[in-house]
Design a protein. Structure first.
Lengths: 234, 295
């Protein structure tokens, strides 16, 4: 278990009386890409919210680089080096592309990501920097969402349903960019419903079922039958 | 013809004051979706604070220096009061349900009204601005522009332009818009939404204090005036469109002109002429004339 950059230990989370996560043990090592798969309502997004402070959890249940961060304010967690690309992109409708990107710099850590570097990664955004974020295509919006997260210079990128509602060719492009980031040392957690994509782009997979980890292992070692059983419970 | 031109001019100038009443309400609603039912009472509170301040300084009749000094003191005080009120009280009422914040600010309205009654009695009072109250600039055709209403209008115009520039061109304005759009994601970007809300209310209270001082300079105020001022502010915001500052000012100007037209027909018709336009906008264009033009 040594060498984990991000770790949860027996993580539980609840919305009021409704418990959503039951004792999740998870770890992400530096430079690793880990995929979380599972059906709707399995607790994947809640897990990411617990990591980022949007859902409050006990302090010791989440640690980042050895520092307990459970339940900390989202801003403090971003400053530690965790940034999230939320499900459905969730750009700020009243902000332009550039303003959306600059919002990511609110809790900026020292690092290489600047607007100019982002425009190098996603050249189309430079041309559309003055456009409202919501006027872009779904794929371009996803680029803005990823860029906005990168502006904080994170060490870990948490990506929730990157492929949701996007054409396959756009998804491929997004994952190509993600591969570029991981090649530079970024650690990534992706929540993905597309199991084949999740297994292809990650080194390890966690499968969630009803708030529990039903399966985990190296992506290339898991069989379709194992995943099917863990995913659907049948 | 000249008489109607005069109505238009006086209506626009009156609308300038209504614009100042309404900008704070528009700001708080735009950023937090919070309707401050105590808004009018805070205007009256600021007016009485200015009256009491000038009186405490022993201001001589018609001298504007004590008033200027009190106003300069009042604005940062209003900023602090707004910040603390939002941070300590109103932030706890925000959520999907707008009722808690309305109930709390309604309670605040009652507290302010009764505190003012206790401290100042029900008698109407005003700030003595001396010659400025009756000074005017002559226009061709026998028309005249009241200097004080003109100053009020210019301040209102400047406040609207300033707010729009703040929202459209500064990092703070970006933060206001971001928490208004999506509080959760804004927090993921490192913003402390509670602090941003407090800054919005602080700014709104500065505008309210300005409006209160100008109201007391223009006419008399009494502790029970708050609800009517709230109504004017609310009507201006609705006519202009929720969350749009220029729209709010246009709504206020329209309200002022309509009231003046009503007054032209009969002294008792002005206020309800304004209400009629408000109702007409609600029926024909419920989103207001210029809804949510941010930045």
């Amino acid at each position: 278990m040594s060498g984990a950059l991000l770790r949860t230990t027996g993580l539980t989370a609840a919305y009021g009386d409704a418990q959503a996560l039951f004792g999740i043990d998870f770890e992400l090592r530096a430079g690793e890409t880990v995929a979380i798969i599972g059906a709707n309502g399995a607790g994947k997004s809640t897990f990411l919210k617990a990591l980022t402070g949007l859902v409050k959890v006990p302090v010791a249940m989440v640690s980042f680089d050895g520092v307990p961060i459970g339940g900390a304010a989202p801003g403090a967690i971003v400053r530690q080096g965790l940034a999230m690309v939320p499900e459905g992109r969730r750009l700020f409708p009243s902000l332009t592309v550039e303003e959306n990107l600059l919002m990511g710099a609110n809790a900026r850590r020292p690092g290489p990501w600047t607007l100019e570097r982002l425009f190098g990664l996603f050249p189309i955004l430079k041309d559309k920097r003055a456009n409202p974020g919501m006027a872009l295509s779904g794929g371009q919006q996803q680029m803005v969402a990823i860029g906005r997260a990168l502006m904080s210079n994170p060490r870990v990128l948490l990506c929730d349903e990157l492929s949701l509602g996007l054409a396959p060719i756009v998804v491929a492009e997004i994952y190509r960019v993600l591969h570029t980031l991981t090649a530079e040392g970024m650690s990534v957690v992706i929540v993905e419903q597309d199991v084949s994509t999740a297994c292809r782009v990650s080194q390890r997979v966690y499968c969630f079922q009803e708030g529990r980890v039903s399966l985990q292992g190296a992506s290339h070692e898991l069989t379709r039958e194992q995943i099917s059983l863990a995913y659907f419970g049948v | 013809m000249i008489a109607w031109l005069d109505v238009l001019i006086q209506g626009v100038l009156l609308g300038g004051l209504y614009g100042l009443f309404a900008l704070g309400l528009s700001l708080m609603f735009g950023v937090m979706r919070l309707t401050n039912v105590a808004h009018g009472d805070i205007v009256v509170l600021a007016a009485f604070a200015a009256i009491a301040g000038v009186s405490a300084l022993g201001g001589t009749a018609g001298s504007l220096w004590p008033l200027l000094g009190v106003s300069l003191l009042l604005l940062p005080l209003a900023f602090g009061a707004g910040y603390l009120l939002q941070r300590q009280v109103l932030n706890g009422t925000l959520g999907r349900d707008p009722l808690p914040s309305m109930v709390v600010t309604f309670g605040l309205s009652i507290v302010v009204q009764n505190a003012l009654l206790q401290a100042f009695s029900a008698d109407p009072r005003a700030l003595d601005v001396g010659e400025l109250a009756i000074h005017s600039l002559p226009l061709p055709g026998g028309l005249a522009l009241g200097t004080l209403p003109l100053i009020t209008f210019v301040i209102s115009l400047a406040a609207t332009a300033g707010l729009q520039a703040l929202f459209g061109r500064t990092a703070l304005g970006r933060s206001f818009r971001a928490v208004s759009d999506d509080r959760e994601v804004a927090e993921l970007m490192g913003l402390d939404a509670r602090k941003v809300y407090a800054l919005a209310t602080a700014l709104a209270f500065v505008l309210v204090a300005l409006a209160g001082v100008l109201q007391a300079m223009r006419t008399t105020v009494s502790p029970g005036d708050g609800p009517l001022l709230l109504l004017f502010a609310f009507e201006a915001v609705i006519i202009g469109g929720m969350g749009s500052f220029w729209g709010t000012l246009v709504g206020a100007l329209l309200l002022g002109v309509t009231q003046q037209i009503g007054f032209q027909f009969d002294p008792g018709w002005g206020i309800w002429f304004g209400h009629l336009v408000f109702l007409a906008v609600l029926v024909v264009r419920p989103q207001g004339l210029f809804p949510k033009t941010r930045g």
